[in-house]
Design a protein around this ligand. Structure first.
Ligand code: UDP
Length: 487
C-alpha cells in the first residue's frame, strides 16, 4: 500500500530525468540547475555512471529527495577502461566520448519501459542531443541544457545547420554569421572545435551533427545566462527556433552554488591580508580541460613575476612549471595552487580584482557574478565567443589567443599589473565589471529575469504535465464507459 501511495504522489507532479555530460564545465552548472529545480515541487531522477556518482554526493546531500539512476558506462574500444569523465582523458578523445555516451540510448529506453513511474521530461546537456530521439520515441518533451551562453549557441546552431566548408585549410577564410545580431565574423580557427573536427562520411562526426540537430528540434532550451547580458542572442534563438520555450536562468553559481570545494585556511588568511587594497590580486586559472605547454606556462610565470602584482595561480598538479624556485621568488605576493582551485569562492573574495582566464563560459559567468575584470586567453571550444562578448561589454582585455600562441612575458606582466592598477582606464573597467555584477545579481534575485525564467520554466512543465494527466483521465473514463474496452 505504501508503495502505491508514493507512486500516486510521484504521478501527480512532473518527474524529470536529468542527464549530465561528464565534464566539469558541463556537469557543475547542470548540477546547480538541478539543485534549483529540487527546491520546486518536482520529482527528480539524475542519471549517472558508477565512477561519476561521487561527483553528485554534495548535491544529493543538499537535496536528498533527488533519486539516482546508475547505468554502467558503455564499454567501447575508443575509451580506455575505467574512464567515465573527460577530466581523465586527453583532449583527442573528447569527440569519441561524446559519441560513446549515445550508447546509453538503449539501456535508458529499457529502463523507461520497465520502471513503474518513469520520468515524463528529460533535461540533458547539449552534447547529448540523442536524448531528443529517445524522448520522441517515449513521447515526452526533452529540454536542452546549454552550459554555454546564447551567443555561442546561436553560432553553434548556425554552423551545424548550414555546414559551411573551409575551402582552403592553409589559408582559412573568416566565417560570418549574417543572421546573428550584428553579423559577427570569426576567423575560421576561432569557430567551435567540435564543428571544425567534422569529417564528411565519418560516423562519429555524423552522430555529433545529428545530436545538434536533435537539440534544435527539442521542446525547450535552458541556458546558463541572463537576459541583460545576452538579450539579443536569446531573442535570436527564440526567432530561429520558432518558439519561446527558451529560459535563461543564470548565472547559476550566483543563484546558489552547489560547490563542495572550500579554500584552505592558509589561502583565505593570505587573501584577507591583501584586503588592504580591494581587488589587488590577480587570479589565474585556465579551467578544467586546457593543457598549457611548457613554453606557455613559463611565459605566464615570467609575466606574473614581472608584473609585481599579487596573484593566485592554479596549475595542474602534474605541471613541471612553476618550480619551487619560482615559488620562493614570489613568496609573500603570489601563491600557487596545484590541482583544483575553489574558483567560485576565490573569485568572490574582495581581494581578487582580475582573472586571467581561458574564457570557458562557466569561468566567464563566475567572473561576471563576482565583478572581476577578465584578461582573456581563449584556446578553443566556445571560448572565443565568450571572450568577445566580455570585451564588448567593456569588462575584459585581450591577452593572447589560441592554443598555439605564447604571450610575450613583458606585455603580459604589463597587462596583469594594469588590471589591478590605479590608471583611469583600469578603474573605469573595474567599475563596469561591478555594474555587470549588479545586473547578474539582480537577475537571480526574486523578481529578476532569471528568477522569473526559472518560475516560467517550472510552470510550463506543470502545464504540459497537467494536460497529459487530463488526457489520461479522459481516456480512462472513456474506457470505463465502454465497459473496459474501446471495441
Ligand atoms: N574550476 C574550478 N577549479 C579549477 C578549475 C576549474 O572550480 O581549478 C571550475 C570553474 O569554476 C568552472 C569549471 O570548473 O565552473 C570550468 O568550466 P569552464 O566553462 O570555465 O571551462 P572548461 O573547464 O569547461 O574549459
Amino acid at each position: 500500500m505504501a508503495t502505491t501511495t508514493q507512486e500516486e504522489q510521484t504521478q501527480t507532479k512532473p518527474h524529470i530525468l536529468i542527464v549530465p555530460y561528464p565534464a566539469q564545465g558541463h556537469m557543475l552548472p547542470l548540477l546547480d540547475f538541478t539543485h534549483q529545480l529540487s527546491l520546486q515541487n518536482l520529482t527528480i531522477t539524475i542519471l549517472t555512471t558508477p565512477k561519476n556518482l561521487p561527483l553528485l554526493s554534495h548535491l544529493l546531500s543538499l537535496s536528498p529527495s533527488i533519486q539516482t539512476l546508475i547505468l554502467p558506462f558503455p564499454s567501447h574500444p575508443s575509451i580506455p577502461p575505467n574512464i567515465e569523465n573527460t577530466k581523465n582523458l586527453p583532449s583527442s578523445l573528447f569527440i569519441p566520448m561524446t559519441h560513446v555516451l549515445s550508447l546509453l540510448y538503449s539501456p535508458l529506453f529499457h529502463w523507461f519501459k520497465s520502471t513503474p513511474n518513469p520520468p515524463n521530461f528529460i533535461i540533458s546537456d547539449f552534447f547529448l542531443g540523442w536524448t531528443q530521439h529517445l524522448a520522441e520515441q517515449l513521447s515526452i518533451p526533452r529540454i536542452v541544457f546549454s552550459p554555454s551562453g546564447a551567443f555561442t549557441l546561436s553560432t553553434l546552431y548556425s554552423l551545424w545547420t548550414s555546414m559551411p566548408k573551409n575551402p582552403n585549410p592553409d589559408n582559412p577564410r573568416p566565417h560570418s554569421f549574417p543572421n546573428i545580431p550584428d553579423s559577427p565574423t570569426f576567423p575560421w580557427n576561432h569557430l567551435s572545435t567540435l564543428f571544425r573536427s567534422f569529417k564528411e562520411g565519418d560516423p562519429v562526426s555524423h552522430s555529433i551533427r545529428d545530436g545538434f540537430l536533435g537539440n534544435i528540434e527539442s521542446w525547450g532550451l535552458v541556458l546558463n545566462s541572463f537576459d541583460s547580458l545576452e538579450s539579443r542572442y536569446l531573442q535570436h534563438l527564440k526567432d530561429e527556433l520558432g518558439h519561446v520555450r527558451v529560459w535563461a536562468v543564470g548565472p547559476l553559481t550566483a543563484a546558489g552554488s552547489t560547490r563542495a570545494d572550500k579554500a584552505d585556511d592558509r589561502l583565505i588568511r593570505w587573501l584577507d591580508t591583501c584586503q588592504d587594497e580591494e581587488g589587488s590580486v590577480v587570479y589565474v586559472c585556465f579551467g578544467s580541460q586546457v593543457e598549457l605547454t611548457r613554453q606557455q606556462l613559463e611565459a605566464v610565470g615570467t609575466g606574473l613575476e614581472r608584473s609585481g602584482t599579487r596573484f593566485v595561480w592554479c596549475v595542474r598538479d602534474t605541471s613541471a612549471v612553476p618550480d619551487e624556485e619560482f615559488e620562493k621568488r614570489v613568496r609573500g605576493r603570489g601563491l600557487v595552487i596545484r590541482g583544483w582551485a575553489p574558483q567560485v569562492e576565490l573569485l568572490s573574495h574582495r581581494a581578487v580584482g582580475s582573472f586571467l582566464t581561458h574564457c570557458g563560459w562557466n569561468s566567464v559567468l563566475e567572473a561576471v557574478g563576482s565583478g572581476v575584470v577578465m584578461l582573456t586567453w581563449p584556446f578553443g571550444a566556445d571560448q572565443f565567443v565568450g571572450a568577445r562578448l566580455m570585451r564588448e561589454a567593456g569588462v575584459a582585455v585581450r591577452v593572447c589567443e589560441g592554443s598555439d600562441s605564447v604571450p610575450d612575458p613583458d606585455e603580459l606582466g604589463r597587462i596583469l599589473a594594469e588590471s589591478v592598477g590605479t590608471s583611469e582606464v583600469s578603474r573605469e573597467r573595474r567599475k563596469r565589471a561591478v555594474e555587470l555584477r549588479e545586473k547578474a545579481l539582480m537577475a537571480v534575485k526574486e523578481g529578476g529575469s532569471s528568477f522569473r525564467d526559472l518560475q516560467g520554466f517550472v510552470k510550463a512543465l506543470w502545464e504540459v504535465h497537467e494536460e497529459k494527466l487530463k488526457i489520461n483521465k479522459d481516456v480512462e473514463r472513456d474506457r470505463e464507459m465502454n465497459g473496459g474496452s474501446y471495441f
